[in-house]
Structure formats: C-alpha cells, structure tokens
Design a protein around this ligand. Structure first.
Ligand SMILES: [Fe+2]
Length: 207
C-alpha cells in the first residue's frame, strides 16, 4: 500500500481550558491596570512589564499548571522529560485594529500563549514557515490550489476559548493580523530547560 510519511513535522500543542474563570479574571484585571508599553509597530497593542513567576503568587500558581505541559511538549522536541522553567511572562492587550507583526522569540526554546478573552477569528494567531534564504522561489497557488501541510506557508490557529493555551517551538514565526473584533487579552511566556546534553556536550540555562 502507498504511504505518505510526514517528514520532520513541527509540534504544536493546544491545551483547552488550562485556566479556570477565577484565574482568568484575576490576570485580566492585573493586565488591564498595568499595561503601559505600547508596541513599536501597532499603537493599539500594549504589553505589560516582563513578569517573573516568582514575583507574584498568581503567576506562580499559573506557572505550576503550565510546567507539566512544558515537560510533555519538551519530550517531543528533545526526546526526554527535562526540567523546565518559565523565564518570563507578559500580558498583551490588543484593541480593535491592533496587530502583532511577524516575529519569533529569542533566547528560549518553548513559547506559549494563554488566551484570557475570546479572539475574533481575524486575530487568531497565524504561524508561518521561515522566509528562506536568497534562493529563487517557485510557487504554485491559485483558487484551484488545495492547501495542505506540504504546500501551505501559513497556518491559522483554531478559535480559542478563554483559558486555552498553545505551546510552540520558540523559533516558529507568528503574527496576529489586525483585530476586527473587541479587546483581546493574552498572557505570553517563554520557557527554558535547565540543561541540554548531547552525548556529553552539555550546556546549562538559567534566567
Ligand atoms: Fe510572540
């Protein structure tokens, strides 16, 4: 029988309802009163200060819910249940027409987002393949084209419910297109393992 094998796929984890309503409301309240850094590209997007989970019992409790999922996801990335910690967390408050330009996260291995409000479908996070180098590019795309995992260069993440979390490798490019819906609030974070060890060539990480 013919077989199609998906070579070298990228993991992406979706965890439904990681947070309960009480925690969602508490964090939303915290972000709404503390965001102050306007995004460099979109005036309708603001960020909180970088937060460390140890600084605040609320964020510590949330990080304790996240860490087992990081271990599970890290097993897919590195083949072993490593010890993971959250390096930083921050809040994103996206007003109508705000957007987040394409980016990825430096100096970390797993990144994640927890949605604290619904997200209008126009503002669902979009993940994309890297733009490549300086090679000439050939493409075949039209209204007749069927898009699938081997020819698409973008993937729109599914609709979310408040409390849902997604995890993705930090190198993965992503963006949020202009939000055509109401206020959308999310908590983002970056995580690192304590140590990576390739046959004795080891390196440790800490905040
Ligand atoms: Fe991001």
């Amino acid at each position: 029988m013919d077989q199609i094998i998906e070579l070298f796929p990228i993991p992406f984890m979706r965890v439904e309802k990681l947070l309960d309503t009480e925690s969602i409301e508490a964090i939303k309240h915290q972000f709404l009163k503390s965001v102050k850094n306007t995004n460099a590209k979109s005036l309708q997007l603001s960020h909180s200060e970088m937060l460390s989970p140890e600084e605040n019992p609320l964020f510590k409790d949330i990080s304790e819910l996240i860490i087992p999922k990081l271990c599970e996801f890290g097993l897919l990335m590195f083949g072993e249940r490593l010890s993971w910690s959250i390096k930083e967390m921050w809040g994103n408050v996206l007003q109508t027409n705000g957007y987040q330009a394409m980016h990825n996260h430096a100096n970390c291995f797993i990144s994640g987002v927890i949605y604290l409000t619904p997200s209008h479908p126009s503002a669902n996070t979009i993940f994309m393949k890297g733009p490549g180098g300086r090679d000439f590019a050939f493409s075949h795309a039209s209204s007749q084209t069927e898009l699938g995992p081997f020819n698409a260069d973008k993937w729109v993440s599914p609709d979310v419910t408040p409390g849902d979390m997604v995890l993705f490798p930090s190198y993965l490019l992503h963006e949020v297109r202009p939000n055509l819906g109401p206020l959308r609030i999310s908590l983002a974070f970056n995580a690192i393992p304590t140590r990576l060890d390739s046959w004795g060539y080891a390196i440790g990480f800490s905040r």
